[in-house]
Write a protein that binds this ligand. Sequence first.
Ligand code: F6R
Length: 240
Amino acid sequence: MDIVIVKNYIEMSKYAAGLVGDCIRENDQPVLGLATGGTPVGMYQLLVRQYRAGLLSFKNVRTFNLDEYIGLDPAHSKSYHRYMQEHLFSHVDIPRDQTFIPDGMAGNLQKECRHYEKLLKKFGPPDLQILGIGENGHIGFNEPGSDFDGPTHVIRLADSTREANARYFQSPDEVPSHAITMGVKSILRSKKIVLLASGERKAAAVKRLLEGKPDPDFPASALSHHQHVILIADKKAFGE
Ligand code: F6R
């Protein structure tokens, strides 16, 4: 794993946006694996800025998001569909049919998982996968105990994840209990993985990631099975 320690959130975002920009410029038909949450917001802002400055086009880019809550309509203000519209898609020239996010409203969720995995195999694997990390070590929504060999699947969110994400909702009860997530196996198929971590809240997880051996109780540790991972952490996340 390559480790890049940067001063703060802005520097982390710049570094990550630089890698995404390079990936888009270097590939004729780039495939990006994307994350949501607080961590990549600054990176998306910088990518939109590069697009507006004419330095980047998303016309030939395909994107696959890691996850989506079950039971939230794409138009719901807290859905990851909406997040991606607000932070990236509606600001750049990416054709909508080149953006993929699991459908958390699908009538048959198992079928939706299989369908998503098929799409990933057809168009993927991502040239570059962006990941955040949960305080409990989750990647995507692969919670502790997840199978390292698992494909896209339905997951019950850990109580600690629901608590951590309650800050995005009006009340903790509103946080959905389940999600669809790309599996650890689907994530590890990506050619390159960029893991972002910012702030003290992530320090214990970063420490465990760097010290630990692969352990299903700490899903991010599966990344040690991958040949090309770059961890970009700011000083606070690297603190311990
Ligand atoms: C989001 C995702 C999650 C987040 C993680 C960190 O698509 O897959 O793994 O990356 O929960 O979230 P933030 O960035 O809000 O701390």
